[in-house]
Design a protein around this ligand. Structure first.
Ligand SMILES: Nc1ncnc2c1ncn2[C@@H]1O[C@H](COP(=O)(O)OP(=O)(O)O)[C@@H](O)[C@H]1O
Ligand SMILES: Cc1ncc(COP(=O)(O)O)c(N)n1
Length: 267
């Protein structure tokens, strides 16, 4: 069984963050481990408070894992501030895990700054060069690439700018653009489009976390970059189709729908 680590924030309502990552790793047949970098008080309606974890503790969490366990893949999600980012980058440079999937989480769907705006440059300088693949959504790609993104040409230009910062692959997610939610992968030479069909639902809490974790799980299993994205997109799409009516706001995606189907349980 492949052993996957997420370094991210806790989402108390379980739809995004560490909780979505663990569900995704598990549903994709991997063993899940977590380094909690921040704790959010969050539900389907919003984020109400955030406690950053002391960077020393984050470093100790990472040490505890890498000094004992062989890690087959790492996903990075919400990292909240520059000091945490520096500690994470320093440890990853030391332990050199092979495939790091970086989801540059910045703002929650409800509009809360999950990454302090002044820490964006630190993320770009410290974490982007370590990433095997970085998976920004459109607003995140706009901030990292420092440009507006409206057209397909803009997506390609932003991908080129982000690639130049040192990531091996760039996957720009299209959920926030008008039209169908297609994602675009750039390897430094070619652009590959992963087409999607927009599902009419409000329950998209955790889609980005789920996609990036599924990519990390697939890469650890030995899939090529393209296969990893294709399978991850199929996984998140089923999850969105069967999104859960939880709370009064933006509900989460489903993680065990296929298992429930197989077992004859009500999904
Ligand atoms: N309404 C939707 N229907 C189908 N796929 C979607 C929908 N919204 C987002 N996606 C897909 O979910 C994944 C996460 O994308 P996105 O929502 O853009 O990221 P984030 O959660 O980081 O904002 C992408 O593969 C995107 O294409
Ligand atoms: C702790 C935490 N991490 C990440 C997200 C982003 O969620 P999404 O995947 O919906 O963009 C979130 N809302 N909370």
């Amino acid at each position: 069984m492949k052993k996957l680590l997420t370094i991210a924030g806790s989402d108390s309502c379980g739809g995004a963050g560490i909780q979505a990552d663990i569900k995704t790793f598990s549903a994709n047949g991997c063993y899940a481990m977590s380094v909690i970098a921040a704790v959010t008080a969050q539900n389907t309606k919003g984020v109400f408070a955030v406690q950053d974890i002391d960077p020393e503790i984050i470093g100790a969490e990472i040490d505890a894992i890498f000094t004992d366990i062989e890690v087959d893949g790492v996903k990075i999600g919400m990292v909240s501030n520059a000091d945490s980012i520096r500690v994470i980058a320093e440890r990853l440079r030391k332990y050199k895990p092979e495939k790091i999937v970086l989801d540059p989480v910045m703002v929650s769907k409800s509009g809360y700054d999950l990454l302090k705006p002044e820490a964006v440059r630190t993320l770009a300088e410290e974490l982007v060069p370590l990433a095997y693949v970085i998976t920004p959504n459109i607003p995140e790609a706009e901030i990292i690439a420092d440009m507006r993104i409206v057209t397909r040409e803009d997506v390609e230009e932003a991908a080129k700018r982000i690639k130049a910062m040192g990531a091996r692959y760039v996957l720009i997610k299209g959920g926030h653009l008008a039209g169908e939610p297609s994602d675009v992968l750039y390897d430094g030479e070619l652009f590959t489009t992963f087409p999607g069909k927009r599902i009419d639902t409000k329950n998209t809490h955790g889609t980005g976390c789920t996609l990036s974790s599924a990519i990390a799980a697939n890469l650890a299993k030995g899939f090529s970059m393209e296969e990893a994205v294709r399978a991850a997109k199929a996984y998140v799409t089923i999850g969105i189709e069967h999104g859960i009516e939880l709370g009064k706001g933006v509900g989460p995606t489903h993680h065990f729908y296929e298992l429930y189907q197989k077992m004859g349980w009500e999904a």
